[in-house]
Design a protein around this ligand. Structure first.
Ligand SMILES: Nc1ncnc2c1ncn2[C@@H]1O[C@H](COP(=O)(O)OP(=O)(O)OP(=O)(O)O)[C@@H](O)[C@H]1O
Ligand SMILES: Nc1nc2c(ncn2[C@@H]2O[C@H](COP(=O)(O)O)[C@@H](O)[C@H]2O)c(=O)[nH]1
Length: 206
């Protein structure tokens, strides 16, 4: 028996740890989760598409969305805004489907306030050297931006105790398997709660 509401999963962690890579593989293998596409004011990277990777907006457009209360959370991260559209998340959860966010740490902590039953997963690098190598080798940021993202990473890693799960992204396949196990486990927990209620209320629920 499934809960009426879907479950909100939040994947977070420092820049370059592999959130996007792991999320893409997870979605190739798991069609049950719904990805919430974020809004950002940063410029598209080569190959990124509006409405697929992000909704790309100007700062004015983003600030209008803030004023109109259209975002569950937003953060200013290394000079650009990033935010999660409220309507898509609320409607999808209400329809009983699980929603998956991939966002940075300041924003994730704000989501806790409005979705205390969300499942917060911190993706952790096998080492800080490896984290640095991954950002550098991705080749999408200038040296200055890489330095700023690494400075943020240190602060972000300090916040990992606020999460429900920490998943090490040593190998992509391993990290995906771990997240899939979390998804299954969270469904089982909710199933168990339902069974307890069912037992307590007896035939009224049947
Ligand atoms: N397990 C892994 N082993 C080796 N390389 C990896 C692994 N996971 C991701 N990578 C590589 O690390 C780089 C950063 O990955 P990715 O862009 O997914 O990180 P991210 O956490 O989404 O970063 P950002 O927050 O900056 O968007 C990419 O070049 C990706 O191919
Ligand atoms: N607080 C939010 N953070 C978000 C959101 N969407 C993405 N992100 C995170 O921003 C950084 C930088 O992303 P990049 O694409 O420029 O590398 C990264 O940690 C993303 O996970 C969001 O809606 N809210």
């Amino acid at each position: 028996m499934k809960d009426e509401q879907g479950i909100l999963f939040i994947l977070s962690g420092p820049s370059g740890v592999g959130k996007g890579t792991v999320r893409k593989q997870l979605f190739e293998e798991d069609s049950e989760l719904q990805y919430s596409i974020s809004v950002t004011t940063r410029n598209p990277r080569e190959g990124e598409q509006d409405g697929v990777d992000y909704f790309f907006k100007s700062r004015d457009q983003f600030e209008d969305m803030i004023e109109q209360n259209e975002l569950i959370e937003y953060a200013e991260y290394v000079g650009n805004y990033y935010g999660t559209p409220k309507k898509y998340v609320e409607d999808t959860l209400k329809a009983g489907k699980d929603v998956f966010l991939e966002i940075e740490v300041q924003g994730a902590l704000k989501v806790r306030d409005t979705f205390p039953h969300g499942v917060f997963i911190f993706l952790f690098p096998p080492s800080l050297d490896e984290l640095k190598n991954r950002i550098i080798n991705r080749g999408t940021e200038s040296e200055e931006l890489i330095r700023n993202r690494l400075l943020e990473a240190k602060k972000e890693i300090e916040m990992m105790d606020a999460y429900d799960y920490v998943v090490v992204n040593d190998e992509i396949d391993n990290a995906v398997r771990r997240i899939q196990s979390i998804v299954v486990s969270e469904h089982c927990k909710r199933e168990r709660v339902y069974q307890q209620y069912k037992k307590a209320l007896g035939s009224e629920l049947l």
